[in-house]
Design a binder for this molecule. Structure first.
Ligand code: SAH
Ligand code: SF4
Length: 466
């Protein structure tokens, strides 16, 4: 099937290179692999598929990078700091490469940025494999060249393919990540994602639902649906599907589980979607709606497609329809052309909305984006001062919001356990996505438990099981 010019096909598990590598791995005895993900949940999901391919090839997963035979860094290109970290982590592998015969690969969004694959190849001659996003299905061919033919592989081309039936090795214990769409067509002026992840393209609902069902059969209790803009899911698909209808279909599946989704773009958040979240028992009452700025001038420069008034109306509508809903957001401080007055409008918006979760970033110019060409006169030192103000106001909001939650009951799905002097503390998220800590035993991991909130830190609610 060829949709929107994108090729859709199933990963071929019987391809020749797979058999050849399997034979090679068997001959060698046990070979292990290590994968590290940078950045967003989409990358974590991609890494689960990379691990799936390695498993299919007969390699064994390890968390010990130094002892592994294969190292893959799955990179992020969204902000400069993430990029810098990757460059320094790769540089640090030089000694390891000299001391043992390890194969090192780098993939993901950073690699897909113009000229970066070539630069990586030159600066780090010890890298064996460099490839961008959307090429995981070709990993067996790349590995055949690297392992069997002793070639160095640097792939610079991008694709807009959707490949189904890739093997998956899930990395998280209770949360099953399910991409519903790939790429992005929004071209927010600061953002590199449309350039590195390609055009927006949705998976057909049958494939999304089949993956959800499989996750539930495997015992996952939380499904996290992923896309850069899940609210525009379905555009271009032949059936009359949209994200709200997809959620309804998933909500109808049998079993005790919950569903979250990331990320919603405010301009595409329909009342149909809000109504579906309000009425569907298994869909968490949580929205992540990145606002980015409170200034209409800046929002326009960012090409976000809404005004702060429209955003506030949307939040009011959601809160009216879904009492107790939690709302998260992202903010960029110091966008080119942003004045102190504009920034104060963002602070006003934050005080007004009182977000339950807020992710804050200082603007980072990304080569090839429109914003990188815009005059940017505010010095970074001043942007840092703004950023501090932002954090301190949001901290006040957290304190105020969390103190109101004392005494509330929350249904929590514990996913982590820590032990100190024989006492076990469990941590998980409530329906609204807030972190909750409580005393309990390991046996409760992955079980829904009701907690009464007794106190709170800025980041977590703390309670007792009832
Ligand atoms: N698709 C999601 C966000 C993807 S990137 C959405 O549209 O909401 C995650 C967050 O990183 C963005 O919401 C934004 O706040 C931040 N971000 C993206 N590019 C950035 C840049 N160049 N500088 C600083 N922050 C950036
Ligand atoms: Fe980037 Fe905007 Fe697309 Fe989000 S919606 S991925 S911020 S271009």
């Amino acid at each position: 099937m060829n949709l929107l010019g994108n090729v859709r096909f199933d990963f071929n598990q019987n391809a020749n290179s797979i058999d050849e590598i399997r034979d090679y791995v068997q001959e060698k005895g046990e070979l292990s692999y290590f994968v590290h993900s940078y950045g967003c949940q989409q990358n974590v999901s991609d890494s689960e598929r990379i691990c799936g391919v390695f498993e299919l090839l007969g390699l064994t997963h390890t968390l010990n990078m130094e002892n592994s035979d294969f190292i893959i860094f799955n990179t992020c290109g969204v902000r400069h700091t993430a990029n810098e970290r990757v460059w320094s982590h790769i540089g640090a592998l030089k000694d390891l490469k000299q001391s043992k015969n390890v194969i090192i690969g780098v993939c993901g969004c950073m690699v897909q940025q113009k000229g970066i694959a070539e630069q990586l190849g030159v600066r780090f001659p010890f890298l064996d494999l460099i490839f961008g996003t959307n090429l995981i299905h070709q990993l067996p061919e790349f590995l055949k060249e690297v392992l069997l033919e002793r070639k160095r592989v640097i792939v610079t081309q991008a694709t807009d393919e959707i490949v189904e039936k890739l093997p998956i090795k899930r990395g998280l214990n209770i949360r099953c990540l399910v991409p519903v769409m790939y790429g992005c067509d929004n071209f927010c002026s600061y953002c590199v994602v449309p350039y590195v992840r390609g055009k927006e393209r949705s998976r057909v609902p049958e494939n999304v639902i089949a993956e959800v069902k499989k996750g539930l059969q495997e015992g996952f209790k939380e499904i996290l649906l992923l896309g850069q803009n899940v609210n525009s899911y379905g555009k271009g698909l032949p059936s009359q599907i949209n994200f709200a209808k997809l959620l309804l279909a998933i909500n109808k599946l049998p079993g005790e589980f919950r569903v979250r989704f990331l990320t919603s773009h405010p301009k595409d958040c329909s009342s149909e979607l809000v109504a579906v979240v309000a009425q569907s028992k298994k869909i968490c009452k949580q929205f992540h709606l990145p606002v980015q700025s409170g200034s209409n001038k800046v929002l326009k420069l960012m090409n976000r497609g809404y005004t702060s008034e429209e955003y506030l109306e949307l939040i009011a509508h959601i809160r009216e329809q879904i009492p107790g809903v939690t709302i998260g957001s992202d903010i960029i401080a110091g966008f080119p052309g942003e004045t102190e007055e504009d920034f104060l409008e963002t602070l006003e918006l934050i005080k007004r909305v009182k977000f339950d979760q807020l992710f804050t970033f200082i603007y980072s110019p990304r080569e090839g984006t429109r914003a990188a060409q815009m005059p940017d006169i505010v010095p970074r030192a001043e942007k840092k001062v703004w950023f501090k103000q932002l954090l301190s106001i949001q901290n006040e909001v957290y304190d105020e919001q969390n103190s109101k939650r004392i005494g509330e009951k929350k249904v929590v799905l514990p996913e982590q356990v820590t032990e100190s002097s024989g006492k076990f503390t469990l941590w998980g998220k409530c329906d609204g996505g807030l972190g909750v800590e409580f005393a309990g035993t390991e046996a409760l991991l992955g079980e829904f438990v009701t907690i009464v909130i007794e106190t709170a830190t800025r980041r977590n609610l703390i309670g007792v099981k009832i």
